[in-house]
Design a protein around this ligand. Sequence first.
Ligand code: SR1
Ligand code: MG
Length: 412
Amino acid sequence: MNDNEQRFNTYFLMKADDVPEYINIKIPDFFDEKAELVSEEIGDGNLNYIFRVSDKHSDKTIIVKQAAEELRISKEMKISTDRGRIESEILSLQSRLAPGYVPQVFLYDEVMCTICMEDMKGHEMMRTALTQHKIFPRFADQITDYLVNTLLFTSDIIMSHKEKEKLTTRFVNPDLCEITHDLVYTEPYNDFRGRNIISPGIKDVVHMELYNDTKLHLEVAKLKYDFLTNAQCLIHGDLHTGSVFINDDHIFVFDPEFAFFGPAGYDIGNVIANLFFAWCNCDATEKDIHKRNEFCDHILNTIRDILDMFIIKFKKAYCENVSDISFETDEYMDHYLSGILSDTAGVAGLETIRRTVGMAGVKDIRSINDTDKRERAEKILISLGKKYIMERDSFKCGDDYISAIKTTVNEL
Ligand code: SR1
Ligand code: MG
């Protein structure tokens, strides 16, 4: 082994210039012998460093994602780099469960804590596209395929109990789950760490509606306990619109480093909440009324369709694939599905609130420059989030979400 190869036998955080050599050593056949490689750091997430390596003489590219112990969002937060292993393993599993919906993994390197994976070329980050108010009519159909195939097929309804039990141990993810406990389930309701980020004009609302509402605290505690204990299926764990790359025809769902066996509704609720952030952004910033109406209507239709398509596809897949005789009846299926739908609404509420007042906000809302409009959006989000949480058992289909959204918007 020469000196160059040895460089990568001990972990260090790479700079863009290190990555071409790294790829040539670790995946020597990936690029052509005559390739001239260049590398750039393209990540803007909270946790990792993402590099794109390209050949100047061809259109071949590869993505290298490296985990650091210190998070990008805050150097004081340190988490295990094992998240890279979890991410590469779930991507491999999901490429079988939902073919075409996740990027291909070429290599996981446990020393350098890197994942080398397919570049999702021809796609853009969904959050970025949505903040430009682009419309994606196929998204509801695509994401519900992904959700049903990844969630239901890793649950005890379909997967053999022994296989699931074994798989559960591969996806124990304590550090990343702790981030979620803190940022999603705890801090938005008391700010005991002082990390919340609250617009000055909504401070009173936050105190009254979030910090001082003990009935809300009880329901959030129930949802938190469910997240801690309900190992229902293998979830993505952070399925916001920054975890989707999209174009007119296709989506990739990526970045599943928060994956673990948890409640199915966590993923569905995240999708629903994050779509509505795009609605708020357009409502506050789009000056062209026709574009505004078209985009906002499209978002509401997408939210409705996701719920309704999920229910139809879930029931079909359940009936065709249920593997345990105890769960074969329609009555059990309806009981199981209504639990998922209640969790979905609860988590949609938690995500809606935590991205509004918590440390990890979203660009859709925080980039609204007009203070009055941003604070109006934030008040809508807090009120809607609370309805989702407090009345979660009554959100049974897409129209229930649309009614709640329309009522809340008209109230504020
Ligand atoms: C400290 S990480 C903050 C947030 O970014 C991730 O994408 C997760 O959503 C996490 O809660
Ligand atoms: Mg992420």
